[in-house]
Write a protein that binds this ligand. Structure first.
Ligand SMILES: Cc1cc2nc3c(=O)[nH]c(=O)nc-3n(C[C@H](O)[C@H](O)[C@H](O)COP(=O)(O)O)c2cc1C
Length: 190
């Protein structure tokens, strides 16, 4: 009984180590990047292997961002922009779960992330959408938007507001919960 239990625990731990997570993100003013860094730390502590890919527009948006016509056009009309990934060798098939993180711009995902979703449509299966925004943004509407691009429902969407990011204690608990949700999802997939 004791040995069987120990073997099972070891098998689960071994399985979680084998399961790979990727995080793809764009961040213009640093909020989303901060979340990504904290999430990587929280997942790594739990033994989850994480590869991070930064989505870089070939030409980033210059301030004042709210008055940048190319930003507005790319967000609402073009629904994307030319991007590269750093590092470049992202293969979605290598990952058990993929977190896609973006700021919200004018109620939408940022153009670099809209572009990545479109580029990998049909290949991103188990994905989670993580967004940051000034005001509360409804997860259901983000879920519908991403599903319309990828033809696949996200595992879940989570939006974190700037006031939540500024509250260190609250942010720590949000990140812990998020890492636990991802870990439970990975364990259920074994
Ligand atoms: C051009 C622009 C448009 C924005 N639009 C929204 C919006 O529609 N709703 C919202 O709640 N926050 C909006 N924000 C606030 C950002 O979503 C928020 O600051 C986010 O955390 C920025 O992420 P980043 O620091 O990773 O770039 C906007 C910010 C900018 C610069």
């Amino acid at each position: 009984m004791g040995i069987k239990f120990l073997v099972n625990v070891l098998l689960i731990i071994h399985g979680v180590f084998r399961l790979k997570t990727a995080i793809l993100y764009y961040s213009r003013t640093g909020n989303t990047e901060l979340l990504v860094k904290l999430l990587v730390g929280a997942l790594s502590k739990q033994g989850v292997a994480v590869d991070v890919f930064k989505v870089k527009p070939l030409k980033d948006y210059s301030p004042p961002l709210h008055l940048n016509p190319r930003l507005v056009f790319d967000t609402l009309v073009r629904k994307g922009t030319s991007v590269k990934l750093e590092p470049a060798d992202f293969n979605p098939l290598e990952y058990n779960v993929i977190v896609v993180a973006s700021p919200i711009w004018i109620g939408n995902l940022s153009p670099p992330i809209q572009q990545v979703l479109r580029d990998y449509a049909g290949k991103l299966k188990n994905y989670i959408i993580l967004t940051t925004s000034g005001l509360k943004t409804k997860s259901e509407s983000l879920s519908r938007k991403t599903e319309s691009i990828l033809r696949e429902k996200p595992v879940f969407c989570l939006n974190i507001t700037v006031p939540e990011i500024r509250n260190e204690a609250l942010l720590t608990s949000i990140i812990q919960n998020l890492a636990s949700r991802i870990l439970s999802y990975l364990m259920a997939k074994q």
